[in-house]
Write a protein that binds this ligand. Sequence first.
Ligand code: SF4
Length: 327
Amino acid sequence: MTKVGIPRALYYYQYYPMCKAFFEALGAETVVSPPTNKAILSCGTARAVAETCLPVKVFFGHVKFLADRCDCVFIPAIRSLGKKAYHCSKFLGLPDMAKALIPECPPILDPEIDLNRGRRRLCQIVHTLGRHFTSDKGKVKRAAEEALKANSAYNNRMCKEGITPIQALEGSCQSKEEMESHENVPPRLDIGIVGHPYVIYDDYINHRLMSRLQAMGGRIFTPEMMGEEALHIAMTRLVGREHWSFEADIVGAAECYLEARLDGIISVAVFGCGPDSMMINMAQRRARQLKTPFLHLSLDEHTSEGGLVTRLEAFLDMVHRRNRICV
Ligand code: SF4
């Protein structure tokens, strides 16, 4: 059985169930790298050029981990997943960068995904990808249908049950209500998180931000819990047409949290990310207009855990004090 490697980074958090359903329906087995750890980050950092952003360095660490554990690695070149909303150029260059930086990597399955080029083109790409596993066109079509079904079940589950991608992927039954059951914590604060899924759900990159916040008494809200439609409506109201693929997860989510009158918003970005610098600025200005506390965290591989914890504690203290004054 062909083993297809899927790095636990970047598109993994949004599309793993879809990829898994597709490859398994074609008779392949998927192999996923473990959660990011020190060795994976060090390896990615050693291979990538210094200017590369942290999530892409982490991605190469995961590809290196998979290099001798699978027969091929799935690294799509993603240009756009929405109408005229583009991924940053690093996503498009991922397969080429992986080939250059990790020469020991097995063959790379590198379809170019650009939804702006129409459904017909996408079908051709899916069939070309499927031909690596079977010459039966019907089987590829059925695999694509399974993949779409898995993707919509995954998204619906997160939205309906109020759970994060990690909980949905791990099959955790811990719901939003159960996440509130931490003992000996100060009064509850509703905190919305904005950022790229591969930053906010990678515990190693963000120093376990979510569990820290929960332990400090935060009830966490993430973009997936708001639902795709609500995110897009909120984003469109604020910026008009979407320009970047993650604009709904950042600008749209911030606007949804502001409408829901959460106690505070935390944005988690990585140092040197061009799209983030524009999107987060917009969310930050909007929070200022509506007088909602907003904390911006910028991470890189040198971010100290202690510094991050201090900032979180100071932010939550400030929100608590503010709530007491406003009561
Ligand atoms: S959007 Fe930003 S964080 Fe994501 S890959 Fe591009 S530069 Fe890196």
